[in-house]
Write a protein that binds this ligand. Sequence first.
Ligand SMILES: *Cc1c(COP(=O)(O)O)cnc(C)c1O
Length: 669
Amino acid sequence: MEREQLIDDFLSLVEVEKYEEVYRKDIIGSKYFGMPLKAIVEAEKRLRSGAQRSIAYFSMEYGLASSFYNKFSASSPVHPDNRSQEQEMFSNYRLADYFFTLNTNNIIDLPIYSGGLGVLAGDTVKTMADYSLPVVAIGMLWNSGYFRQKFWFKYGQVPEEIRWDTSSYPGLVPLKNRIKISLKSEEIYLRLWKYYVYSYRQDCVVPLILLDSNIEPNSEKNRHLTDQLYRSDDAWIKVMQRIILGMGGICALKELGYQADTFHLNEGHAVFAFIEKIRGLSKEEKDETRKHFVYTCHTPVQAGHDKFFSEDLRRILKEEDYAATDEFGRDSDGMINLTLLAMNAASVVNAVSKSHQKIMHLQFPKYKERIKCVTNGVHAHTWISDRFMKVFENFSSVLGDVKANPLGLAKVKDLKNNEEFRKEIWEAHQANKTDFCDFLGKWEIKKDIFTICWARRVATYKRPSLILQDIDKLVRFAKKIGPIQIIFAGKAHPQDNLGFTYINNMLDKIDRLTGMYDFLKILMLENYDIFLAKKLVSAVDVWLNNPLPPFEASGTSGMKAILNGVVQMSTLDGWVAEAEDKGIGRIFGYRAQEGQLSDEHQLRIYDDSQQLYVALEEMMELYYRTNNLGKVDISSVWIDTMINCIAAASHFNTNRMLNEYKQDIWKIS
Ligand SMILES: *Cc1c(COP(=O)(O)O)cnc(C)c1O
């Protein structure tokens, strides 16, 4: 009886299209694709009641790690297009050909993200669910995702279009609801989809609404607007995608009956939400509306701010909407600048690290008072490997319940002299590394060899090939101190020619090291995604992060690594600048100059690579003193550093981050 009531409630709140024909088999009894339906019904009711102040969170992308967190089950086998079966990698260790295939065999990540920004949005929404906050998230249903990276022999990357089956992705459902955006000379119709992000206890959810233009009666051209994330440099497409997210998002909230009080713009992409909200309002009412908007800026790079010719917007938007966009978003060059528009629309703006806040203060001096800082974090539950979680549970008398409260990890300091704890984290690390060696199979990566990883978006300021500047030096270290394994992974944006050149250059260098694989083995993994990130951040010995300061606003992959005791080697930038005194590894390289904006074209490759090698040599010596072919010195400083990393992770997580958002940004604590 109660179970039938649950389904009836669900179906009255969520009008699933083709429920009987397609989705009934997975949404039945008390389950939604194997997860508790009750949490959904409660969230849907609460968001409509308006009883609590609720938040609408807007983001162009979401990285949700569906292969290992928030795993929905489905009664039919996963559609082949939604599986990743195998992929290739490039290495200087090859017996037959350039490539071996690697069996991955996992469900693909929901392909609606490109990199760090999306992963952050996903981690944020998961923590909102953990905190049982009344939140609805809004994003886009990218019908062909971002792109799949293939290597083309040693010549570079080839972007392949992702084909995925939206109608059978577990947990994702289309709704009967349609909305309409009215523009100057046409109307855009959108279909709404829903996905649910569960708390780790599976007792709360945040509904995620995804907007999709691929329906009748849209023109062929408009149906393609929600095809690919960040793939176009066509101004019309970019503007239209932003209008869909912002205006479409507000219309979707209305259509579904959600009572949002605070509108959170994760990046400026969604700023047309504000234009939608203020249509027809008086000056006083517009000012009042601003109090309900908050904006998180994620880029310190000028080119990262979206700018459009006002003519382009005038052609698209209705008269009144254009006038409002112009009023709030015109910059001194006469361009419509969406960053500026977001700064003017929001009553609170935040940077994503302290160093990023300083840059924003320099870039936007007029807004200085309004620009706050909430340093990014990662969702501990997603990124702590099972083995480390087990160790933390074994020591719960000191650490508390880390699942519920990762801030308790600060207490690992008290375990520094605990021989048993030191042994357990070392063994957990080695076991993770062994699993990873097995995963890589034929490449014969070895668990007692020093292993360093660089994995993130291939962008110029991140300087992907810094460690490959002086190959002779690497060879010398490997012969003198001990062998080296280097792992790379990362996609370059397909329109970024320099990024493509980097990949080409790295593959080429790796290719030339064929004869050296006994002591210097270098692998480059294709198609970096969350599935691979999860493996890498808990399996390697050293996480390398060498952006040119101050251009990394925050960076988050190192935070994932420290949760697993992985030692850092980093330039002083983004979040790392806030962990400088925490003993998390070796910090090297150029330091940003206080109080001035830097030149992102001056990459300082030579100087910083020299400093990188000094750091690397020290790290390798310490590593091989600690782990001498499997003979381990548990009292080593290396293990102190691992513990310092875990202690620092008590700060760089989304629980701490949301505490700050609640208190300083949304003011709902
Ligand atoms: C965490 C993550 C990133 C972001 O890494 P940064 O160090 O912040 O550049 C990018 N891509 C994937 C798949 C990730 O998991």
